[in-house]
Ligand binder design. Sequence first.
Ligand code: FE
Length: 130
Amino acid sequence: MTKVVRSDAEWRAQLRPRAVRILRQKGTEAPFSGEYDHVFEPGSYICAGCGSKLFSSEAKFDSGCGWPAFSAPASEAAIDEESDSSYGMVRTEVMCAACGGHLGHVFDDGPTPTGIRYCINSAALRLEEE
Ligand code: FE
């Protein structure tokens, strides 16, 4: 995997402000506000920062939680996971393995066969429709 390394200034010049806030500052968009929450078109969800393929539309489901939800990543190598104890909660943070951008969190309460729910900010993603 080719690592993508850019300075804060370079990210700010390249990305929309809300993508900077999510990807580079670990922000969270408001629930039900993101553009992909209720999108189910076939395609690949790539990192809004570096273009790395992160999730397939085939793994996307409607969790009702207000953010795009996936049952599995496109590949194990595509994402990194790390324990996150911010805001008084112990959660598992999900990051783009290529650029380190914050994507969201993963929970083990998924209704899907994997039991896994990747809860991802729309602004961290870009859908390449098939
Ligand atoms: Fe990335």
